[in-house]
Design a protein around this ligand. Structure first.
Ligand code: GLV
Ligand code: GLV
Length: 322
């Protein structure tokens, strides 16, 4: 039997590719940028497996182009909003993701962005680099402290819980969260309380977003939500850009109530450097690097390869979405 053909949409850590090469005929897209739409559509016909990134839109058109021998799509990410999972299910194609192994890395990034936004780090660093900083200023760059404040976690899953534990353990923050169900472990570890979205916005000094992007959460942080936040509060988003209405965020950063925002994700990615949000001194934007540690990316490569192989050889996926 010929080895199954697999298309990998980008170079990933070699540990993953080596595993695949033992069992499959692997083609890896060599570009720095994702394959464009036409290239993707031209590469998938005949593939039994796809290893994809969050920047690849895997929709009905891609499934149709791939054809009936496609068995599995393994996403090199925990989020899978780039994949039409309903269409996958309809076609009997299995979908995997890479949970757990990037939880610590992403939670650390959320804390880094929270600190950066709370202490005007971007404004200060920009001033130093561009020669605007002239002297130590008693009243300059005044931020807020973290100790004994309230953190609001939107989405009490693995990453949200890890952020809560860091902030509760490190700064004794009170933890509020929203989720579809009670998270007893989180409550026991941090004394967290599950509240309504409105109460979370009104009570939290810091709000950190950790929910999936789906039709219910798209644009959830709209003008009404942002205007409910506490004066001088900070918003952190390491989930997906589409959860936040960026025009409303800009308004909340310019005219209140927000002190600052820390974003690892935007919509689109990248955001144009001319975009007013990219220009706003009180908005720290990182290039979607939540999982960018060597440890996390290598572990993601292992899981993504194992998911793909399991799908190809009709075994249960180690981390299945559908
Ligand atoms: C990154 O955003 C991921 O979903 O893994
Ligand atoms: C700050 O640098 C201080 O010495 O207070």
């Amino acid at each position: 039997m010929a080895a199954p053909r697999v298309f990998v949409t980008r170079q990933i850590p070699c540990i993953g590719l080596e595993r695949l090469s033992e069992h499959c005929d692997v083609e890896v897209w060599p570009g720095e940028l994702p394959p464009d739409r036409n290239t993707l559509l031209a590469k998938v016909p005949g593939a039994a497996g796809l290893l994809t990134l969050l920047s690849d839109r895997i929709d009905a058109e891609v499934f149709a182009a791939a054809g009936p021998q496609l068995k599995v799509v393994s996403n090199y990410a925990v989020g899978y909003n780039n994949i039409d999972t309903v269409e996958a299910q309809k076609r009997g194609v299995r979908v995997g993701n890479t949970p757990d192994v990037l939880t610590a890395a992403t939670a650390d990034m959320a804390v880094a962005l929270l600190l950066a936004a709370a202490r005007h780090l971007r404004e200060g660093v920009d001033d130093v680099r561009e020669g605007r900083w002239q002297t130590w200023k008693p009243l300059g760059y005044l931020g807020v402290e973290l100790s004994d404040r309230t953190i609001g976690i939107v989405g009490g899953g693995r990453i949200g819980a890890a952020v809560a534990q860091r902030l509760h353990g490190g700064w004794k923050m009170r933890v509020l969260y929203t989720a579809r169900s009670d998270k007893r472990d989180l409550e026991q570890a941090t004394g967290a309380r599950r509240v309504s979205f409105e109460e979370l916005l009104e009570e939290s000094d810091f709000v950190s977003i950790h929910c999936d992007l789906n039709p219910e959460t798209a644009g959830m942080f709209d003008a009404a939500a942002l205007q409910r936040m506490k004066p001088g509060s900070v918003l952190v988003n390491t989930a997906r850009g589409g959860v936040v209405d960026q025009d409303a965020l800009l308004e909340a950063l310019r005219n209140g109530p927000l002190l600052g925002a820390g974003l690892d994700v935007t919509d689109p990615e990248p955001l144009s450097p001319e975009h007013p949000l990219a220009q706003a001194a009180n908005c720290v934007i990182a290039p979607h690097i939540g999982s960018a540690t060597r440890e996390a990316r290598e572990a993601m490569a292992r899981i993504a390869a194992d998911n793909l192989l399991a799908g190809l050889f009709d075994q249960p996926l180690p981390a299945a979405v559908v």
